[in-house]
Design a protein around this ligand. Sequence first.
Ligand code: ADP
Ligand code: MG
Length: 384
Amino acid sequence: MAKDTNASDAKILREPAEVQYRHQLEALKQQDKDTPPSAWKLSPRAVLTYITGTAKPIKATIDGKAVEVPITRKFFGDDTIVERAIVTLASERALLLVGEPGTGKSWLSEHLAAGISGCSTLTIQGTAGTTEDQIKYSWNVARVIAEGPKTENMIPSPTMIAMKTGALLRFEEITRCVPDVQDALVSILSDKNIVVPELPDANMVFARPGFNIIATANSRDQGVNELSAALKRRFNYVHIPIVSDQKTEIAIVRDRSKELLERYKIPAKIEDSVLTVLATVFREMRAGTTADGVSFQKVSTTLSTAEAIGVALDSAIYSRFFSTGAVGVEDVARQLVGSVVKEDLDDLKVLKEYLSVVAKKRGAKDASWKAFHDAAMKAVTSAS
Ligand SMILES: Nc1ncnc2c1ncn2[C@@H]1O[C@H](COP(=O)(O)OP(=O)(O)O)[C@@H](O)[C@H]1O
Ligand SMILES: [Mg+2]
């Protein structure tokens, strides 16, 4: 079987998706039965398969050898979300992925760009300090002073490179940018060009077919700089929900932490029983109720799936270096406290309440819940 590179044998800590999963992308390309839209590397159906995975490996020829390549699932959740995202990117409109932090928006955006353009690195990270130059272009000032403004003295932005090559631009956290800067995108999205008034001859850069934008925004800070009406009209919104189904959440945490642990060369395996306790605690604390109808206060921190992956990973690293190497519920309990108590110290009280109302009761019947309760209580007491 052709395995994709795992960063553990690569020289780079985190390879972009198109490098890490290149065998999967190549296999899908060889098997692609549909015609991709202009400048797309894969057809929409193959992009969907790349993101949602296949049950069985697919046949391909990699480096001259006939192999079977497993296509792993990248994004877990409702597949129609991914379909809608792909359809939008094939249209005139740009795509905005909106949702709570840690729901996999950036992750989905990276894989969409890798599958469609074969390049996920043309990225702008939106911040309060993002300038119009970073979206359009800037100049090599020393050379402009010496030679005047010429095309060669221009420093193109990721947007300009994406336009020239007919690729996808990723715009992360777009609502963190101030409105003036966001407005620079209006003309790019409607006219599909950038005007360069400093260049007398070649003063327009046109976008090639294939160019489009995938932006992400956190619904938590939508209010910071909400998109202007003009920009809203040019985006299709796709809402990414928090995973509501426990099985799916366990699968995400299992898959992602396994991959990340391999990257850090940590040979720990987290048992499903431990993951189940972790996922249950996250779900219940998020909702403020349990499956058997006990209610308590909700925490103010977002307890996202990404946060659960973080806890799983930290528990495994802790257990590898300071404990037995077998990740137990005690390790999870210890790391959980830091995750829950982030924005607000009052959350510590909520966690305490949860532990005494829910975890303790379960502990009377179930040894893992007892171990979880005891270790978490100890950690909470020393944190408060
Ligand atoms: N539905 C999901 N499917 C796959 N991975 C997910 C999902 N939700 C969260 N993750 C994982 O959580 C981590 C953080 O996600 P990220 O894309 O950075 O979140 P966001 O951009 O929404 O804040 C990633 O490693 C990603 O793999
Ligand atoms: Mg993100």
